[in-house]
Design a binder for this molecule. Structure first.
Ligand SMILES: [Fe+2]
Ligand SMILES: [Fe+2]
Length: 330
């Protein structure tokens, strides 16, 4: 019965939506989820006005023709990723039953729609409208959109894809490729950090109600997403290089944010063991050594790096890279 509640959209009126105990939601977490909606409303920004003001201040966005294809390919990931986030959050808004979680997801869908159209309008102004995505990234996004369980959609989008998007915003902002884009990034970052909070506050209750089989499937799903993310990064290597971004730095930023999000999740669940996170982190770090080597590294050194990281893990992650990933106060 539990399984079907999280797997299939329930088209009946959920009269029990206020019954926190039924969903295993603590009073404090319910309040925080509700606040995500109200904060979203308070801090909502006018996408058209913000873009217009930035263009007035800095002029029509322009980048050197040589950089345009790379920027278009990188931001294709962001634009289509925003659409995927919009679709997933709209599905969550419909399918999540507890009232506070439904509110938070609805507010997220509103934000993601804005992120999508602003990025679309910006890329159009730049003359860099993106085309199709590379296969691994397309598969990553559709794996999350078509996940057969709400927990997979939540963990996939809020805690695995959002932190990667935040890391792209982080490096692009720091690099200052184009002033209008740099000016847009803080608006995106501010909203995305709130979206991570939906995952942190509702997933623990959901996972606690799942069977062991479902939990194992969730873990396998995370490994699959990590693999697709890494192959996706391989496809973007050339573009990162063209833009002057060190891909290994970008991957490290994403790793720090993703790890922090997952650490906060298990802390929320009251789990002391960091083993599941250690396994995921070791896996992605070892794969990074193999797939995304530093420049001038021989195949032999690459394999050695892979084996060493798989056996001993990789340290340290700079905690400051994941500053905006925090548990929202109740
Ligand atoms: Fe977004
Ligand atoms: Fe988001």
């Amino acid at each position: 019965m539990l399984r079907s509640r999280h797997r299939r959209p329930n088209k009946q009126l959920p009269y029990h939506m206020f019954d926190r105990a039924r969903f295993g939601l603590e009073a404090q977490d319910a309040r925080t989820l509700e606040r995500i909606y109200h904060k979203g409303q308070e801090r909502s920004w006018d996408g058209q006005a913000v873009l217009r003001a930035l263009v007035e201040r800095h002029g029509q966005p322009r980048v050197a023709p040589a950089l345009r294809p790379a920027l278009a390919r990188l931001f294709a990931v962001i634009m289509w990723g925003e659409l995927a986030a919009w679709k997933v959050s709209a599905a969550l808004a419909e399918e999540l039953e507890p009232f506070p979680a439904k509110l938070a997801a609805t507010s997220q869908a509103h934000d993601e729609a804005r992120h999508f159209f602003v990025m679309h309008d910006y890329l159009e102004l730049l003359g860099a409208m993106p085309d199709r995505l590379d296969r691994p990234i397309e598969r990553l996004l559709s794996a999350v959109m078509n996940a057969d369980h709400l927990a997979k959609k939540l963990i996939g989008m809020q805690l695995m894809v959002e932190p990667v998007a935040l890391s792209v915003f982080h490096v692009v902002r720091a690099l200052d490729v184009e002033p209008v884009l740099t000016g847009l990034m803080p608006y995106y970052q501010r909203d995305e950090a709130r979206h991570v909070a939906l995952g942190l506050k509702y997933l623990p209750a959901m996972i606690r109600q799942m069977s062991t089989r479902e939990r194992v499937a969730l873990m396998r799903f995370q490994f699959r997403l990590l693999t697709l993310e890494l192959w996706g990064s391989v496809g973007l290597m050339r573009d990162y290089k063209a833009l002057g971004i060190d891909l290994r730095v970008a991957v490290e930023v994403a790793r720090a944010k993703q790890r922090k999000a997952l650490e906060l999740l298990i802390a929320e669940m009251g789990i002391r063991s960091t083993l599941p996170i250690e396994l995921l982190d070791r896996y992605s770090s070892a794969m990074t050594e193999a797939l995304l080597p530093a420049d001038d590294v021989t195949l032999r050194e690459r394999l050695r790096g892979f084996a060493r990281t798989a056996a001993w893990g990789k340290q340290p992650i700079d905690e400051a890279l994941a500053d905006e990933i925090t548990t929202p106060a109740a």
